[in-house]
Design a protein around this ligand. Structure first.
Ligand SMILES: *Cc1c(COP(=O)(O)O)cnc(C)c1O
Length: 222
């Protein structure tokens, strides 16, 4: 499919890029269908929306749930209990709480630092200049494992601007890797900009619309 094509035309090795299917607002049945077509990684933004799905799909033993939305401190306990990954860590307080709440008898929770790469005033994420310091602090915490960086660039960029933005992420990621060699995840690229992200070194693309079709936010409450 498109991820594989973009990977190939960018000259990236096979399986260099993981597909994370963003299943926010989708029913568990859609997740299960994607699972049976081979997807193992699923992304959710809203804890209350995700928990019933996670519960309902417990029989899929090797499924991996990624929390990719804004994370408030009062949600960290449940996120640490139910997810395998968190992509949206942007301050030490959140990382500390995830670390405290991750059970000792489970593998560490995988985390990425979210970077506000377009430096937009209202946007989540740390500024590029603050990434190193936060990574140093997070990497010392037990129960969580820092895997890399995540970014959501500004909307409506031209293709050239997308490339430039993702290239800045790649530079940050490479700098971080020289300090933490086992860091392996650069989470960038969505339905509209995955080709540019893959060309610039993404290792994981987060795709919703291009897999499941347009989202329906105003669905009736169940
Ligand atoms: C919704 C969302 C996506 C997927 O976006 P699409 O445009 O539907 O592919 C990816 N990442 C994050 C953080 C999201 O919130």
């Amino acid at each position: 499919m498109r991820v594989r094509q973009a990977q190939e035309s960018a000259g990236r090795p096979e399986n260099a890029v993981t597909l994370l299917a963003v299943s926010k607002t989708r029913p568990a049945e859609d997740v299960e269908a994607a699972y049976h077509s081979g997807v193992r990684d699923f992304g959710e933004n809203y804890l209350q929306d995700a928990l019933p799905k996670i519960e309902q799909l417990q029989h899929l033993a090797d499924i991996r749930w990624h929390f990719i939305g804004p994370l408030q401190s009062n949600k960290t306990r449940q996120v640490a209990e139910h997810f395998h990954w968190v992509h949206s860590v942007d301050r030490l307080k959140i990382a500390r709480r995830l670390s405290e709440h991750r059970s000792e008898n489970r593998p560490p929770l995988n985390v990425c630092i979210q970077v506000n790469i377009s430096e937009e005033p209202q946007k989540a994420g740390v500024n590029p200049a603050e990434v190193q310091a936060l990574a140093d602090e997070i990497s010392c915490l037990p129960g969580i494992r820092l895997r890399g960086l995540m970014a959501i660039p500004a909307a409506n960029l031209s293709a050239q601007e997308q490339h430039q933005t993702f290239a800045r992420m790649r530079v940050l990621f490479t700098q971080l890797q020289s300090r933490f060699p086992d860091m392996d995840t650069l989470s960038m690229g969505m339905s509209e900009d995955m080709a540019a992200a893959i060309a610039e070194g993404s290792t994981l693309v987060r795709i919703g619309t291009a897999i499941f079709g347009p989202r329906r936010y105003n669905r009736p409450q169940q």
